[in-house]
Design a protein around this ligand. Structure first.
Ligand code: GRF
Length: 215
């Protein structure tokens, strides 16, 4: 039985309800046990902004949390590279095996993306490839879905690649778009499904990493 554990880094930018779902799943033993010796542990949380409630959630759970704020004096590409390099350093120090973007709003680039190819996942609040890509985040996604007249929406967990919301899809969960929905009511319905999808995808990834893709 493989008893090696996968150290998980969770990236956040906001309230952190997806982070909370991951913390609760770990506490409930969902990242450990089973015949494969499945074992995953959230060892660090990184936020790209200070003061967000996700940091408080990490603190309450006893998980080390780091604020790696965007360096505003740099150009956009330099800023992304700088943040990515700082996150890579944390990953190396903490021996991270899986990175989960849980409502993380920055785009990462460079060596980090190469070093963690196939080991980074992101949750997006739409049924990708619809309503994804640069600038499609938060309320804008749900407003675009409502404006398009789609009958359903949902969430997607996918592997992160060099693009934005473009990597291979791991899990999608669907919700109906109801008459009278606002961006808020639709977002709330999707958020509940995100909490299930992100945990299921994390378990899938930990199992896959520990079995070398043979599960
Ligand atoms: C989620 O809707 C996620 O899909 C999006 O940002 C939101 C973050 O929610 N990228 P939370 O911070 O996990 O509550």
């Amino acid at each position: 039985m493989n008893s090696i554990s996968v150290n998980i880094l969770v990236l956040v930018s906001g309230g952190g309800t997806n982070l909370q779902a991951l913390i609760d799943a770990e506490k409930a033993g969902r990242f450990s046990g089973g015949t494969s010796g499945l074992s995953g542990k959230i060892v660090a949380v990184v936020s790209d902004r200070a003061g967000v409630y996700a940091l408080e959630r990490a603190k309450l759970a006893g998980i080390p949390a780091f604020v790696e704020a965007l360096e505003k004096t740099l150009t956009k590409p330099e800023r992304r590279r700088d943040l990515s390099d700082r996150i890579l350093k944390i990953c190396q120090e903490q021996d991270i095996g899986l990175i989960i973007y849980a409502g993380f709003l920055s785009i990462l680039t460079g060596e980090l993306i190469e070093a963690y190819a196939g080991k980074m996942i992101n949750i997006h609040p739409s049924l990708l490839p619809k309503f994804g890509g640069q600038g499609m985040y938060g309320e804008r996604v749900h407003q675009a879905v409502l404006a398009s007249g789609e009958k359903e929406s949902g969430c997607t967990v996918h592997i992160v690649d060099a693009g934005t919301d473009t990597g291979p899809i791991l899990i999608q969960r669907t919700v109906p778009v109801l008459a009278g929905d606002t961006a808020d009511t639709l977002a709330e319905r999707i958020h509940r499904e995100e909490h299930i999808a992100i945990v299921d995808a994390a378990i899938m990834m930990v199992t896959n990493i520990l079995t070398g893709g043979k599960s």
